[in-house]
Design a protein around this ligand. Sequence first.
Ligand code: SAM
Length: 282
Amino acid sequence: MNIENIKYKFTKLYRLINLQFQNIRLSLFYKKKKNLLFENIVKQNREYLNSFDYFLSYENYLNNDYGIQERIYKDLNKPIKNYPTYSDLICFFYINHFTNKFNYLEIGCSVLKNVLQIKNFVNNSNIVSYDINEINPDLKDKYFEKINDNNLVYFKGDVLKKEDYTNFKNDLNHKFNFIFSDALHEPHAVYSEFENIYKDILDDEFIIYYDDLDFPGLKDTVREIKERLSESYEPLNFYTFKVYGWIGQYEALHLNGILTNLDIEKSLLEKDIKIYNFKKIH
Ligand SMILES: C[S@@+](CC[C@H](N)C(=O)[O-])C[C@H]1O[C@@H](n2cnc3c(N)ncnc32)[C@H](O)[C@@H]1O
């Protein structure tokens, strides 16, 4: 066995041990925290995910990887445990704040795994997905299938390309109260989304939800966005917490964050919901 091989095996083992420890910590954290509303959301989302044979066929994956590394692709269809993912949390915020009208924009929707759970959960909502790729051919029909009176739009565009985000905004006829930022996890790209895509199209009350804030520089970028938005919205809160991402327990918890002018601490408290590592960032 050569040195590279040994290194690879050690890294893999370290990752697996780490995942197991994280799982134990999570099960201890959520053990005594019973919440029926949240349990129902998780149950509905897991049942829905289990109804898919696959999210992207291997043949199509070889043509276009939709930002999915091989390691992630092999776990994309596996069942996820009942600990919260970002999809569950988005559904929770919908129920608590946006049932009147949900105007949801997902920037970076990849194979549509998250956005389809949202579409399945919500009613009478506008759901818009923005991604650099053509829509996933395996789930295109499912995406546009009419259910729950939801209105679906897919926009193919690059968050860094002026022509794309200008066309995107020119085609819009409403604002958004929920933005899920999950495209290119680099500071200049996350800032560009804010500056060029959603800064001017936020509803009076909104949540901006960020994935992967543990990527280099992203937490500081969101701090900067908060500073800018605070000029127009007061009070504006920034929270971070840890939840599972699109492949659940098969990868480490993601550091996620929220910028909002809504009192989400109150809704979490009222519903007695605790989220692992939930912190208010000052
Ligand atoms: C992490 S995946 C999104 C996962 C998805 N939100 C989910 O949970 O199911 C990131 C997506 O952003 C896309 N992306 C990367 N760079 C982009 C850019 N410059 N503009 C738009 N989309 C981009 C990737 O191709 C990929 O489809």
